[in-house]
Structures are given as structure tokens and as C-alpha cells.
Design a binder for this molecule. Structure first.
Ligand code: AMP
Length: 121
């Protein structure tokens, strides 16, 4: 698959505000935050989209969620609440084709994302 900016962040070729790393994953602050806390949790293995997750990747993808809940606990917003989102392909808003969990916290988060006003538009 094509290289993405996230490969460069993993290799430290471009700067990022990294908050967590282990042998399988990396978490850093989103450059364009949509909430007071907006982290991206990525596997070091490049997987382009959810559609490309292979049988052998199931444990790795579960690990990303484990990192999310651990960061939520360590950063102190686990009880207050947070959102974990992964976009798949253009219509869902995916712009970087290396899977990543968005972890959003620190303010009331609207739901559902597809509002009545959007349906009318
Ligand atoms: P998505 O639209 O779901 O593919 O999310 C990609 C996210 O990556 C967006 O929220 C961007 O703001 C974020 N992003 C892109 N480039 C960088 C970067 N260099 N450092 C941190 N976040 C980035």
C-alpha cells in the first residue's frame, strides 16, 4: 500500500505530539483537534482501511481499543466519557489511508452525527 504521513510519524521523520508508544502501536495528538482531547491511535503495521483488516490483524485491532481505554483511564476522562471513531473510505471522511482510532474527549459530544438538518440538506 502507499506510504502515508503516519508512516513518517512512526519513523520520526516528521514531528508529532506522541503520547503513547509500544511495539504494536503509537498514539499522538491530532493536528486539527475536534475536541479538547483528540488523539489518534494507530497500528505500526500499515493497514489502509477497515476493509483491509485481515484475519491475522484481529488481535492488533483489539489492541488499539485496549490502548484507547488505557489512555482514557491514565488521562483521567474514562468515567466522564469519550468517543472512539474509525472512518472507512471517502464517504465516511477518511483522509489518511492508514487505519487510526480517533479518541475524542473533554466536552459533550453530539450524537447522532447524521442530524435532521443534514438529512434535509
Ligand atoms: P481521517 O479523516 O479519519 O482519515 O483522520 C485523519 C486525521 O489525521 C485528521 O483528523 C487529521 O487532522 C489528522 N492528521 C493529518 N496529518 C496529521 C499530522 N501530521 N499529525 C497529526 N494528525 C494529523
Amino acid at each position: 500500500m502507499a506510504e502515508t504521513i503516519f508512516d513518517k510519524i512512526i519513523r520520526r521523520e516528521i514531528p508529532a505530539d506522541i503520547v503513547y508508544e509500544d511495539d504494536l502501536s503509537l498514539a499522538f495528538r491530532d493536528i486539527n483537534p475536534q475536541a479538547p482531547v483528540h488523539l489518534l491511535i494507530i497500528p505500526k503495521k500499515p493497514i489502509a482501511t477497515i476493509n483491509d483488516i485481515a484475519t491475522d490483524d484481529r488481535e492488533l485491532v483489539g489492541h488499539l481499543f485496549y490502548v484507547a481505554r488505557t489512555l482514557a483511564a491514565d488521562m483521567g476522562f474514562a468515567e466522564e466519557g469519550y468517543r472512539v471513531v474509525m472512518n472507512c473510505n471517502e464517504q465516511a471522511g477518511q483522509t489518511v489511508f492508514h487505519i487510526h482510532l480517533h479518541l475524542l474527549a473533554g466536552k459533550p459530544l453530539g450524537w447522532p452525527p447524521y442530524t435532521e438538518r443534514m438529512k434535509q440538506g
